[in-house]
Each structure stands twice: as structure tokens, then as C-alpha cells.
Design a protein around this ligand. Structure first.
Ligand code: IPE
Ligand code: IPE
Ligand code: MG
Length: 249
């Protein structure tokens, strides 16, 4: 991996363990260049590669990328199928790089509802990288937070019904344990590109105390330096968790 200079400026002691990204703006970026929306998605893949490398180099343990929401099925069918095809292509192409960089591919979302080819490529990618341990790269695919919370509620209800959990024993950590993200800590930092300032059904429970960073760049324009800049800004934030400033110092 090519190392960039400004990762050296990051404060290693104050690094987020988990960064989430809402990769937004592919379509608008393509339109700006007079191209069809899928051209934007194709160029967005390059940003995924760069940002994943930057995150691994910085020492981030978990990077979660919002790649396709439950709501995205309502896009034109041609765009949906192009996105699903691009996913297959990308997973196949990136497999060696992921292994070389010791990155483990994971996914959250209603995966069995993906087109069979996409589902298969994804499961293969997950399987082939399962022993890597430098960073978890999680794709949120056919994911929405309300879907996840509904599934979580159902799963806990079943446990209660089978007398495995008592209602009075359900705690915040029980809920975290039954979410699709059970294997990772809550994100300390959430980045959204394209100037939009909303969550769009991403990690609602997990973002209770997350720092938000909004970039006006479209996702295909968001590169290593932009990622490192977001980390730097995060490191200058004061996270109070309900306390006063004086208590933090
Ligand atoms: C993000 O870019 C990628 C996905 C949602 C799959 P968009 O496709 O949402 O791009 P804009 O927001 O229309 O510009
Ligand atoms: C959010 O982007 C979903 C992903 C980045 C995959 P959208 O472009 O779908 O979000 P909205 O609909 O503008 O909120
Ligand atoms: Mg969008």
C-alpha cells in the first residue's frame, strides 16, 4: 500500500475504532459530467478502494459503508440491476487486494433478498477473507435501520417466548447484541458525502452518540486526503456524553 504523508499527522491515541460512511452523490457527480448515473457508481468504486486503504492505514478497525438501502429498490430497475452487477464485478476484482491488505469483508442487511448472483459473490468474498484481521470492511446492503430494529425485536421476542430471556433482563446491551452490527462497536464517526445532512435509515440505534462529519464532495470525489481530514476533525471534537466540558478536562 502506498502510504500518504498526512496519516502521520493523525493522533494515534484518539482514533475512532469504527467509522461509518454514507456514500452519497454518485448520480449528481455523473450528471455534472454529462454521463448516466451508473458512470457515477462505477467511479464511486475507486473511492471505496482508496478510502478502505486509507482507513486500514490509519488503523481503523471497522469501516462500514452504506452501499444499498432497503429504499433504493424503488430506483429505476435498470439502475438497480447495474448496481447489483457492479457489486459482483467489484467483489471479484478486489478479492486479491483485500487479502493482500489483510481486510475482512463482511455485510449487514437482508442479504438473501439480493439477486442470487450478487448474494453468491458476496458470500464468496466473505468466506475468502474471513481469516483477515487488520480491518473489518462491512457493506450495508439491502440494509435499513428500521428493518434491523424490527428483526432485532422479533429475535428477542422469540427468546422471551422460549423462556431464554426474561423481559426484565433486556438491557441496552441485549439490543446491541441482537442487531446486525453485534460484532462491532458503535461508530464514533459517521461521514456523509454530497452535502446531504440526514441518516437515510442508517445505524439509528448505533449513532446515539456518534460524531457526524458532512462533506460537500460527491462520493466519487472523496479520496484518501478527505478521509484523513474527517478523522482529523473528529480528533478535535470534544465528546461530552452528557457531561460538562470541565468534567472532560
Ligand atoms: C449513492 O449515490 C449511491 C447509492 C445510493 C447506491 P446516489 O446514487 O444516491 O447519488 P445521488 O444522491 O443521486 O447524486
Ligand atoms: C443513502 O443514499 C443510501 C446509500 C448511500 C446507499 P440515498 O441517496 O439513497 O439517500 P436519500 O434517499 O437521498 O436520503
Ligand atoms: Mg443519493
Amino acid at each position: 500500500m502506498e502510504e500518504t504523508s498526512n496519516i502521520n499527522e493523525l493522533n494515534q491515541g484518539k482514533l475512532p475504532r469504527h467509522v461509518g460512511i454514507i456514500m452519497d452523490g454518485n448520480g449528481r457527480w455523473a450528471r455534472k459530467h454529462g454521463k448516466p448515473r451508473i458512470f457515477g457508481h462505477k467511479n464511486g468504486v475507486q473511492s471505496v478502494r482508496e478510502v478502505s486503504e486509507a482507513a486500514a492505514q490509519a488503523g481503523i478497525e471497522f469501516l462500514t459503508l452504506y452501499a444499498f438501502s432497503t429504499e433504493n429498490w424503488s430506483r429505476p430497475p435498470r439502475e438497480v440491476s447495474a448496481l447489483m452487477g457492479l457489486l459482483v464485478e467489484t467483489i471479484h476484482r478486489e478479492m486479491n487486494t483485500l487479502n493482500k491488505n489483510n481486510i475482512r469483508l463482511r455485510a449487514i442487511g437482508e442479504l438473501d433478498q439480493l439477486p442470487p448472483r450478487t448474494h453468491k459473490a458476496l458470500l464468496e468474498g466473505i468466506e475468502k477473507t474471513r481469516d483477515n484481521n487488520r480491518m473489518d470492511l462491512t457493506l450495508a446492503l439491502n440494509y435499513s435501520s428500521r428493518w434491523e430494529l424490527t428483526e432485532c425485536t422479533r429475535a428477542i421476542a422469540r427468546e422471551v417466548q422460549q423462556l431464554k430471556i426474561k423481559p426484565e433482563d433486556i438491557s441496552e446491551s441485549t439490543i446491541s447484541d441482537y442487531l446486525a452490527t453485534h460484532f462491532m462497536p458503535d461508530p464514533e464517526l459517521l461521514i456523509r458525502t454530497s452535502g446531504e445532512k440526514r441518516l437515510s435509515n442508517f445505524l439509528l440505534w448505533q449513532c446515539a452518540y456518534t460524531e457526524f462529519y458532512f462533506s460537500d464532495k460527491m462520493w466519487p470525489e472523496f479520496k484518501k486526503e478527505d478521509f484523513n481530514l474527517a478523522i482529523k476533525e473528529y480528533q478535535n471534537r470534544e465528546r461530552r456524553f452528557g457531561k460538562t466540558s470541565d468534567q472532560i478536562l
